[in-house]
Design a protein around this ligand. Structure first.
Ligand code: ZN
Length: 160
């Protein structure tokens, strides 16, 4: 299993080639968005937020946002390290925190924010896809570096 530093180094080295590849396929803006999403996904939204990791330390005083994630999920569980499931879970948790934040800010409105986000996705589908693909690709790099890309629950059921 790769160390946190190995994951960080691989993310930094891979985000540019990944962005260039995506840029060739979808255009330069998508390449840039995908590279940034890959970088952010690998360093701040890593599956290893389920344990005390470099990614968790990068959140600094906001690390408490990941307390439910760490508390509810076992390290390398299918819900943190599962392809697609992990990314969906982390984005869902951040969305839930954003909902809480907007609920307490006077004048802020969740519905306005959410409809703006949906409008952006509808108006820029390729950029939205590039962002999501960049986030998920960083997870796949993480899983490949860990040597056994299947989360622990899947490995257990595979052995039975
Ligand atoms: Zn991991």
């Amino acid at each position: 299993m790769a160390s946190g530093r190995d994951h960080d180094r691989a993310t930094c080295l891979s985000c540019l080639p990944f962005g260039l590849l995506l840029g060739v396929l979808l255009g330069h803006w998508c390449g840039l968005i995908g590279a940034v999403a890959f970088f952010v996904g690998g360093l701040w939204l890593s599956p290893d937020l389920d344990t005390h990791s470099n990614a968790l330390r990068r959140w600094g005083p906001l690390a408490f946002l990941w307390w439910p994630y760490r508390r509810l999920l076992r390290h390398r569980s299918v819900w943190s390290h599962g392809p697609l499931l992990g990314t969906i879970g982390r984005l869902s948790l951040l969305t839930a925190w954003l909902w809480c934040l907007l609920a307490v800010i006077p004048g802020a409105d969740w519905n306005t924010f959410w409809s703006s986000a949906i409008q952006w996705f509808n108006a820029q589908p390729q950029q939205a896809v590039a962002m999501l693909v960049g986030l998920e690709a960083s997870v796949w790099l993480h899983l490949i570096l860990d040597g056994d890309p299947l989360p622990v629950e899947w490995n257990r059921s595979r052995r039975q």
